[in-house]
Ligand binder design. Structure first.
Ligand SMILES: [Zn+2]
Ligand SMILES: [Zn+2]
Length: 170
């Protein structure tokens, strides 16, 4: 028996073990890893270095079409069903805005064709996921500045590089 590493709540049974840490819920595990990344970033990465890397990355070429940036992490949403099984996912994609638009349109169509055929979740989730893609097509992520999701991605990548290097140096 132990206490949650993140919130300190007493864990009666179950919980999630992650290495030496023990969490009361998946939410706490995620919060803790985000907080740990923040903490490590503060120790290893100067703010203006992160800022510069994020902006540079934001302006780089699109890894999907090779065209000019800015690029960002764009989510599209897919829901497909097979009788009683319905599988819904959020699919993040690092790309320019026009590739992101194609991905949303593709997943909107896939969901429109294959989402409905599952009971009961297909009927519930399909209109929701079509709506999420439509919303993303009508109101795309602004491209004038990097999103919080992209910042987090760059920060994590930089941290992994730095920590890997420190491990091989010593
Ligand atoms: Zn907790
Ligand atoms: Zn592209």
């Amino acid at each position: 028996m132990s206490n949650c590493t993140n919130c300190g709540e007493f864990i009666l049974f179950g919980g999630i073990k992650d290495g030496l840490n023990h969490f009361c819920s998946e939410k706490c595990r995620q919060r803790f890893s985000l907080a740990a990344i923040e903490q490590l970033a503060q120790e290893h990465l100067p703010d203006n270095f992160v800022e510069q890397q994020v902006n540079e990355f934001h302006q780089s070429d699109c890894p999907c079409c090779g065209g000019r940036g800015p690029i960002d992490i764009h989510n599209s949403y897919r829901c497909v069903s097979l009788i009683v099984l319905t599988r819904s996912q959020t699919i993040p994609q690092l790309s320019c805005r026009s590739c992101a638009g194609s991905a949303k349109l593709k997943n909107l169509l896939l969901t429109g064709f294959f989402g409905w055929w599952g009971l009961p979740w297909g009927l519930v989730l399909t209109p929701l996921y079509i709506g999420k893609n439509l919303y993303g097509l009508i109101f795309p992520t602004p491209s004038d500045r990097p999103s919080e999701q992209l910042r987090q991605h760059v920060k994590t990548t930089l941290l992994i590089q730095i920590l890997d290097k420190e491990n091989t140096d010593t």
